[in-house]
Design a binder for this molecule. Structure first.
Ligand code: ADP
Ligand code: MG
Length: 241
């Protein structure tokens, strides 16, 4: 059985990012090389300030490298203008953030439908797909509820459904369990496990080693570069058989 495929979906080569604040320069990414295959579940783990969110912004096409190359699904992202970058982002990437980022006045269903509104999908189709995405995260029965009526873990599951509804190539999650208690953290990690078993590529950013250990591959980042100790856990080998 093979759910994992082996096309590289992300290729970073000597990726560097320098922020400029007035006269001051800060090199947040200092030469990262990384290849992520379709179907892989990767965790990027490191302390606060090590460059994880910077890397996520690059991978998610929210920002561009200062030097180096980023090839996403065969496309050289560094060559794209802003509109083309936004198009790639909308098509390829599903984002999950620590702060859920749901709109409080909208139902769970309407929150999940939003990316499809922007993509000009017809209302019936939107509703059908949003309900299916909510069902995938186990929340079909919460479709009419607003975020304030849901637990933190349920809100994060709605956010995951919203990230999935456009069928992105990659799910990028930045500290998705950072605001959750241990039970809700387990719920969210179980959803990621399931999505990865279905063949979804996941990049999970965290400062918590216990969370990172759910992934097949762990990259340790310190001061803007990957350090030794990248781990390919055994269950990845099982998935790939
Ligand atoms: P992490 O997510 O691992 O906590 P970040 O990627 O957010 O780390 O930040 C890495 C480093 O880059 C930090 O020292 C941070 O202060 C700096 N940094 C992040 N964003 C900016 C910015 N927009 N301008 C200047 N410095 C930044
Ligand atoms: Mg961060």
């Amino acid at each position: 059985m093979s759910t994992a495929q082996h096309q590289p979906v992300i290729q970073l080569t000597d990726a560097r990012k320098t922020y400029r604040t007035g006269e001051i320069e800060f090199e947040a990414l200092r030469g990262i090389d990384c290849e992520i295959s379709e179907g892989e579940y990767v965790a990027i783990v490191g302390p606060s300030g090590s460059g994880k969110s910077t890397l996520m912004n690059i991978l998610g096409c929210l920002d561009v490298l200062t030097t180096g190359s980023y090839v996403l699904a065969g496309e050289d992202v560094e060559q794209l203008d802003e509109d083309a970058l936004a198009a790639v982002r909308n098509k390829r990437i599903g984002f999950v953030f620590q702060q859920f980022n749901l709109l409080p006045s909208l139902s769970a269903l309407a929150n999940v439908e939003l990316p499809l509104v922007y993509a000009r999908v017809a209302p019936n189709e939107r509703k059908r797909r949003a309900l299916a995405a909510l069902a995938r995260v186990g929340l079909a029965d919460k479709a009419p509820n607003r975020p304030g009526e849901l637990s933190g873990g349920q809100q994060q599951r709605v956010a995951i459904a919203r990230a999935l509804v456009t069928e992105p190539t990659i799910l990028l999650a930045d500290e998705p369990t950072g605001n959750l208690d241990s039970t809700s953290t387990e719920d969210i990690l179980a959803v990621f496990d399931e999505l990865n078993r279905e063949g979804r590529t996941i990049v999970l950013i965290t400062h918590e080693h216990e969370v990172a250990e759910r992934a097949g591959t762990i990259y340790n980042v310190t001061d803007g570069h990957f350090v030794d100790g990248t781990t390919h856990l055994t269950h990845m080998a099982v998935v790939a058989e």
